[in-house]
Ligand binder design. Structure first.
Ligand SMILES: [Fe+2]
Ligand SMILES: [Fe+2]
Length: 441
């Protein structure tokens, strides 16, 4: 007899005949098999599957399993409910993302790698079917987004690092997984609610689906694209909207990010040249996450930048990103490159002088400048503290905008532990301020 149970009711010795998932393509999930290994059981429990069909003629029945364990409660006991031929979750309200307990302690990076591997297959299939005209439904991809969200919750650094390791054949799919993870991580950092976080995760997963409509060979073409090829590749946001279709069911956030993730706040992006006030915060989040993953990945035409290098360079790209979103992103990644200029909550400027391995968002800061007084201070070192606190990092700053062309010399002196003195023209505040008379004390 076939019965449907939840993952928490699953026990070794049961025969799995089907798992209720629409998009899972990993061979493990497609097989019917006798559950013998604890590691397989752990993988299923760690996933977000709502229903699993077992065959009690070929394995142990739930009743006997329940008598061997303390997990099954009357409320969660067996529902004799065969899987429907077309399984679609009916409830539109997404469940909050939660991290399931695991029975076997596994290294976070290993688990992240497994998530990324499964996600890659699922995205490849999803994109392939979209190319063939099949409409994408949120319910189809919600389990995938939830698993990525769970991985981000366990260890954001692990999944983001694994996603950086792409070869050219899998770039588009893993890039989609990476942007999904980065968007979720940024959403959590911004304390968005879990429903919105799921929506922006979906948006990250789908943002480049239009690349499925690009001519063969164009996406991985070695070397620079010529003008005609560039014009074609720049149609991928609008092609993405075409592939997503006009289903009301599809999240508006996903459509927004798909269409606008290559816009820039100064109006020089594509496809429409929209400016900051015309772009949603989700589109601006997508732009930052998209570029960060692209530049930290090896491509056929350029090597990867390190995360700290990427953040440093992105912070200098005037007009490209929303500076507030970029600042939040830096905080969400938890990487402040050494030498980064930051403004503290008490309106002093400091330079990051050391990372904090245990608390990446709380590096060691050397303060050297008081903004209200427009004067340099004797260097003072201390670890950043979580907000709200005077020693909390308010945001990363652009040294060139504060100190002009003297910034490299000032940074070098501060990093060397020297006191800098000088006079500034103009009012204090955020903006370019020519510096004269600077000298080391
Ligand atoms: Fe794109
Ligand atoms: Fe992208």
């Amino acid at each position: 007899m076939r019965v449907t149970i939840t993952a928490s009711q699953l026990r070794l010795g049961m025969y799995i005949s089907a798992i209720d998932t629409s998009w899972w393509e990993h061979p493990f999930w497609r097989s019917s098999f006798l559950l013998r290994r604890q590691s397989d059981l752990d993988k299923i429990i760690a996933s977000d599957f709502q229903r699993i069909e077992i065959d009690t003629d070929r394995g142990i029945a739930p009743e006997s399993a329940a008598s061997l364990s303390d997990a099954a409660s009357p409320q969660t006991a067996i529902a004799v409910d065969p899987l429907p031929a077309v399984a679609e979750p009916a409830a539109p309200e997404p469940a909050p993302v939660r991290v399931r307990p695991t029975r076997r302690r596994e290294d976070a990076a290993t688990r992240a790698a497994e998530t990324v591997q499964r996600s890659k297959f699922a995205v490849r299939r999803m994109f392939g079917e979209a190319r063939l005209g099949r409409a994408i439904k949120p319910a189809d991809i919600a389990p995938l987004v939830d698993e990525i969200a769970a991985s981000v919750a366990r260890d954001p650094g692990a999944i983001i690092s694994v996603c950086r390791l792409k070869n050219k054949d899998e770039y588009t799919y893993l890039h989609s997984v990476a942007v999904c993870a980065l968007m979720i991580n940024l959403g959590r950092h911004l304390r968005l609610d879990e429903r919105e976080i799921r929506d922006i995760g979906m948006a990250g997963l789908l943002h480049d689906i239009g690349k499925m409509a690009m001519p063969d060979g164009l996406l991985d073409k070695p070397g620079r694209l010529d003008d005609q090829q560039t014009r074609v590749i720049r149609t991928h946001p609008e092609e993405g909207i075409r592939l997503l279709g006009d289903s009301d069911e599809l999240m508006p956030i996903a459509r927004d990010v798909c269409l606008h993730h290559h816009e820039r706040v100064d109006g020089t992006g594509y496809p429409f040249g929209l400016t900051a006030e015309q772009l949603s915060v989700h589109a601006r989040m997508g732009a930052v996450c998209d570029v960060y993953d692209a530049v930290t990945s090896n491509r056929s035409y350029k090597p990867a930048w390190s995360p700290s290098d990427a953040l440093s360079r992105m912070m200098t790209w005037e007009g490209h990103f929303d500076p507030n979103v970029l600042s939040a992103f830096v905080g969400s990644i938890g990487i402040y490159p050494i030498g980064t200029l930051v403004q503290m909550s008490d309106s002093q400027l400091g330079i990051v002088i050391a990372a904090n391995a245990d608390e990446p968002t709380l590096p060691c800061i050397r303060r050297f400048y008081a903004v209200p007084d427009a004067r340099f201070l004797a260097p003072k070192d201390g670890a950043a503290r979580p907000a709200p606190h005077p020693d909390a990092i308010l945001r990363p700053e652009d040294g060139d905008r504060w100190f002009g062309r003297d910034w490299p010399a000032i940074a070098a002196r501060v990093l060397a532990g020297e006191t800098v003195t000088g006079e500034l023209f103009g009012a204090t505040g955020h903006g370019a301020m020519p510096l004269i008379g600077m000298r080391a004390a």
